[in-house]
Design a protein around this ligand. Structure first.
Ligand code: Z5A
Length: 212
């Protein structure tokens, strides 16, 4: 990896505003003259997008939790191999809509899979690769689900019970408390103008820290 290539991820429960705010983050990074790959998980490659369709669709509603976990990491292995690592090696920054923290939050805290098993897969698939900065968009799950529900029919994850999303949210907050050097928590329940101001200040501070 080039010295100044940076890997940024954006996380949060459904409807937190990740997709909406990705464009702002992208613009702020490009304004600083950085090459940038914007991508997402599950997905980001042709194989990964096919796996995404399997994971989010209702065709395999009874899928075992372990199957779901392994498909997430299969998509991630391909993504790292074909897109993320080559981009970072060439000096490009990478901005990814969800990454392995989503696996800990959804498959770990949400489904109840042992976090150590996820950690073993993380080490196997990623080696030492971890995000440099993770923006966690936090809000009450009811607010996020209402926002997401206004948009389209629920996918396989959005069809989960409220208690599942509450565990996911608490999992994210536990990780953020555990790794404050990497996570920045945004109050995503606020109006969009306020949320974008919070994100802008996180990115500005990250550039300022990197320069010092
Ligand atoms: N998943 C997993 O289980 N394990 C893994 O390892 C990974 C993923 C990587 C797909 O992710 C699913 O995969 C996801 C977790 C699981 N579960 N689900 N469902 P995804 O990221 O593609 O899907 P998502 O979380 O459902 O994204 P989303 O619903 O598109 O949410 P969002 O991107 O955070 O929100 P948005 O589209 O930007 O905004 C939603 C609506 O709210 C939209 O109409 C906006 O205009 C509106 N909005 C946004 N911000 C505001 C504010 N501040 N005020 C008012 N309205 C707002």
């Amino acid at each position: 990896m080039s010295d100044d290539a940076v890997f940024i991820t954006v996380e949060g429960v459904e409807g937190a505003g990740k997709t909406t705010c990705l464009g702002l983050i992208e613009q702020k990074i490009r304004d600083r003259g950085r090459d940038l790959l914007v991508t997402r998980e599950p997905g980001g490659t042709p194989l990964g997008e096919d796996l995404r369709t399997l994971l989010l669709g209702h065709r395999h509603d009874g899928m075992a939790d372990d199957t779901e976990l392994l498909l997430m990491f299969a998509a991630r292995a391909e993504h790292l191999h074909a897109k993320i690592e080559p981009a970072l090696t060439s000096g490009s920054w990478v901005l990814c809509d969800r990454f392995t923290d989503a696996t800990y939050a959804y498959q770990g805290y949400g489904r109840g899979i042992d976090l150590q098993r996820i950690a073993a897969l993380e080490n196997w698939v990623q080696g030492e690769r971890r995000p440099d900065l993770t923006i966690l968009m936090d809000l009450p799950v009811e607010v996020g689900l209402e926002r997401a529900g206004k948009r389209s029919a629920p996918d396989r994850f959005e069809s989960q019970a409220l208690a599942f999303f509450e565990r996911v949210r608490q999992g994210y907050l536990a990780m953020a408390a555990d790794q404050p050097q990497r996570f920045r928590v945004i109050d995503a329940a606020k109006p969009l103008a306020d949320v974008t101001a919070q994100i802008a200040s996180v990115i500005d501070a990250f550039f300022a820290d990197s320069a010092s």
